[in-house]
Design a protein around this ligand. Structure first.
Ligand code: ATP
Ligand code: MG
Length: 799
């Protein structure tokens, strides 16, 4: 017939074409990664429109991310001249929002209702707890948030929750109060968007019938990751068979179900087939994305899972290049190797930077990689997340550190004066700001003028900072950061948060960042060493913050060199803060700039790249230690790994490190069991280039090219046997020259020593950091207070 000769169908294989041209009935496309599921969905929409079977207004398409929705729209408009306005395409939350806006009166919301994100929601719950004097020991706000979100995902209003015991009764009561508060303020949280929209369809017959008549075709991508309420919402929109609704086409891959921890229910697929008596089930087994070796690896790996619907992938593209595997001595070496490979891919093999993806299991892993990329001057973009120093929890910690350095830093003051919450309200802060404005002083100096309880609370905050400053005297940068994380209450705060584990990891990573800063860069030197042949990063001192919110600290651009007369210099802390500000504001890949893509494996779902690096393949990390202990958890980790592998078109790199600084400590990790589940024939072990990093001109880890704790001539560069577990002894400090760190300092100073400086007079050494030309000492002078001095310049004599 006419329709089947449409040019739209030319670029499809027979199974895909069958799926695209199915009659208007329910269908499930179950197929592996890269088999063209998303392409089928998009082409199906185009085909339905082109053949006049439906108008744009009759289509509802659900994607997993907003970006995917935009991409689908772009592809559609490339296929057809199209007015997309009437089409409903987006994420579940986006679509529910659209529906609630259209019917805000029916759901009793103001036209301008606002959406609370997860953080806002928590603040709202905390305010509530304060107001009703809730015992927060017994009912931590985080737990209440978890409880409320969980109820909503199950479709339960306060009246629907079975009150089994006293505690539950109390929580339900608070749930009700929270709802009242949100209603009063005209705000909805994410769960509420979904639930309220579901209830609208359930309870208002006319509206439900309207949408059922309207949406003739409902198409859902990534169906394996829908949760219970989302599936129930779809059932409302379409109705069960015989209820006059449209047709659902669901596409999914059980092997890519990776959100069980957030309530996703892979069982929705089986329920769908049963409840809708789905006659059309199509499998796609031809993979168009990846070369053979990559695909073989994916197939072999996922073959180790037991709970599978079962399907395999094949390609006609040929084997392609083997999967390259690299074993690094440390996470630093892994990052350095990665940077070298990226350079070669771009320079010698003609890969576009944005076609290169670096994947990791958890966010905290990105810092080391980011630093290496910054040092190499390679533009990058962190996808679906913020760069390390821009993350909220990191900025909070930095704000405390800044206040220690400078209590008059009002930006930092405002950022953390009530974070973690300590009962200082917006009113009080306004009052304080007014007072400071009137007398033209810093906020900290106006605190004593605030009367009453509010003033006392503010005073306690100032006292806390003062105590911290006192305690950090004579401490190393590492100790200072640890102290601040502990005593600011940040760690404790995030520990109580169900989504806080990642933030705690990041905060612990800040300790590592400080440690590395002191050891690698030698604080006080400009940290950014640029190889001349790489594209220079954006001009230093240009803060993205200067164009945006004032909550972002200004970039410090103070000269870092010590005073040539006295040797006085920035403290390691101040130097580190400068480094952090520069790194946050610097080398920002502009939108549209050709940048390497960094992201978690979770964020990579549905995407594809010419080259993919999967880093940190170590036991405890990937598979993650929280999941490795039970079978379901391990199988979900394996699906994650399957998702990661199948993102690659042409090149795939796998790497692991023997030692890694993580969670504030050095860990010796076994390499991931996933290596043992890959087909040996598809892999190529890359001999570690043990001496290479020392010979590269860039020397990003300091002038010696090796980390101070890595003995210079490393282990014999014999190739690692591919399948024997590597020996995981501690790094061999024994061989080769003694690490710099352990050598006798040439300045001959020790902590506690009494010294004399020709300008500042007598004092006592409180701390020493760095080595060689970068050695600095903190000295408490009898007359001139505490100062940091560069020992290469300052003349200090023991007395
Ligand atoms: P994932 O499970 O990762 O979401 P998917 O099944 O949705 O993958 P697509 O992203 O739709 O797969 O397709 C993978 C790649 O293969 C895309 O680049 C797509 O354009 C291409 N492709 C799909 N089908 C064909 C085909 N018949 N001929 C050529 N290329 C195709
Ligand atoms: Mg897809």
């Amino acid at each position: 017939e006419n329709a089947s000769s449409s040019p739209l169908l030319h670029n499809l294989n027979p199974e895909q074409r069958a799926a695209v041209t199915l009659p208007a009935e329910h269908a499930l496309i179950l197929a592996g990664a890269g088999s063209g599921k998303t392409r089928v969905l998009t082409t199906r929409i185009a085909w339905l429109l082109q053949t006049g079977q439906v108008t744009p207004g009759g289509i509802l398409a659900v994607t997993f991310t907003n970006k995917a929705a935009k991409e689908m729209l772009t592809r559609l408009s490339a296929m057809l001249p199209l007015n997309v306005r009437g089409m409903w395409m987006g994420t579940f939350h986006g679509l529910c929002n659209r529906m609630l806006r259209a019917h805000h009166r029916s759901v009793n919301l103001p036209a301008t209702f606002q959406i609370l994100d997860t953080q806002d929601q928590l603040s709202a719950i905390k305010r509530l707890c304060k107001q009703f004097n809730v015992d927060e020991e017994r009912f931590p706000p985080k737990q209440l948030q978890y409880f409320i979100s969980g109820c909503k995902e199950e479709g339960q209003r306060p009246g629907d929750v079975p009150a089994r015991d006293e505690d539950t009764r109390k929580k339900v009561e608070l749930y009700q109060l929270y709802e009242d508060q949100c209603q009063r303020e005209g705000v909805v949280d994410f769960g509420e968007l979904m639930l309220r929209s579901y209830e609208l369809l359930r309870d208002q017959d006319a509206i439900r019938e309207h949408y059922r008549r309207r949406f003739r075709h409902v198409l859902v991508d990534e169906f394996q990751d829908t949760n219970r309420l989302q599936y129930a919402w779809l059932k409302m929109i379409v109705g069960l068979p015989g209820e006059g609704g449209g047709a659902i086409m669901a596409v999914g891959d059980d092997d890519q179900s990776i959100y069980a921890f957030r309530g996703a229910r892979v069982g929705n697929m089986a329920d769908f087939v049963r409840e809708y008596q789905v006659r059309h089930q199509i499998k796609l087994e031809q993979n168009y994305r990846s070369y053979g070796h990559i695909l073989d690896s994916a197939n072999a790996l996922i073959g180790h899972n037991t709970a599978r619907l079962g399907k395999n992938l094949r390609t006609t593209q040929g084997a392609g290049e083997p999967v390259r595997v690299f074993e690094a001595a440390s996470d630093f070496e892994e990052a350095q190797w990665l940077v070298d490979e990226v350079r070669q891919l771009v320079r010698n093999d003609g890969f576009a930077r944005h076609e290169i993806a670096v994947l990791y299991r958890s966010n905290a892993q990105s810092r080391v990689i980011e630093t290496a990329l910054v040092n190499a001057g390679i533009p990058y973009r962190v996808y679906g997340g913020l760069r390390f120093f821009e993350r909220a929890e990191i900025k909070h910690a930095l704000a405390y550190l800044r206040l220690i350095e400078n209590p008059r830093d009002d930006t930092s003051f405002l950022r953390v004066v009530n974070f973690p919450p300590r009962g200082i309200g917006a009113r009080t802060i306004e009052q304080l700001q007014d007072l400071a404005r009137e007398s033209g002083c810093a906020l900290v100096d106006a605190v004593s003028a605030v009367p009453g309880k509010a003033g006392a609370n503010l005073g306690a905050f100032i006292a806390k900072i003062d105590v911290l400053r006192e305690q950090t005297q004579g401490r190393t940068l590492r100790e200072i950061i640890e102290l601040v994380l502990e005593h600011s209450g940040l760690i404790e705060h995030y520990r109580a948060d169900r989504e806080g584990a990642d933030r705690i990891e990041n905060l612990e990573e800040l300790v590592n960042a400080g440690e590395s800063f002191v050891m690698q860069e030698g604080f006080g030197r400009d940290a950014v060493a640029l190889p001349l042949d790489e594209q220079a990063p954006a001009a230093l001192g240009q803060s993205p913050a200067s164009q945006g919110l004032d909550l972002d600290a200004p970039v410090l651009d103070a000269p870092l060199a010590p005073d040539q007369e006295t040797g006085e210099t920035l403290s390691p802390l101040a130097a580190f803060l400068t480094h952090a500000a520069l790194e946050a504001g610097d080398n920002q890949a502009q939108a549209g700039q050709d940048a390497v893509q960094l992201m978690t494996v979770h964020a990579s779902k549905g995407l594809e790249f010419d080259a993919v690096f999967i880093t940190g393949l170590e036991e405890g990390l990937f598979p993650h230690e929280n999941s490795a202990s039970d079978r379901d958890g391990l199988e979900e980790e394996r699906r994650l790994m399957y998702v990661a592998i199948t993102r690659a078109r042409k090149r795939l790199y796998l790497s692991h490190a023997q030692t890694r600084m993580l969670h504030g400590q050095t860990r010796y990790n076994l390499r991931s069991r996933f290596f043992d589940e890959l087909p040996e024939g598809a892999l190529k072990w890359i001999t570690p280039k043990r001496s290479a990093s020392a010979s590269t001109g860039a020397a990003p880890w300091g002038s010696s090219g090796a980390m101070p704790w890595e003995a210079a001539p490393r282990r014999n560069p014999t190739p690692q046997p591919a399948w024997g577990r590597s020996s995981l002894s501690a790094p061999d400090f024994g061989a080769g020259p003694v690490p710099e760190r352990k050598s006798e300092p040439e300045h001959g100073l020790r902590v506690g020593m009494a010294v004399f400086h020709n300008k500042f007079g007598e004092g006592k050494v409180l701390a020493i950091e760095g080595a060689g030309a970068d050695a600095r000492a903190q000295v408490q002078f009898t007359r001139h207070g505490t100062k940091w001095l560069a020992l290469s310049v300052a003349k200090l004599t023991p007395v």
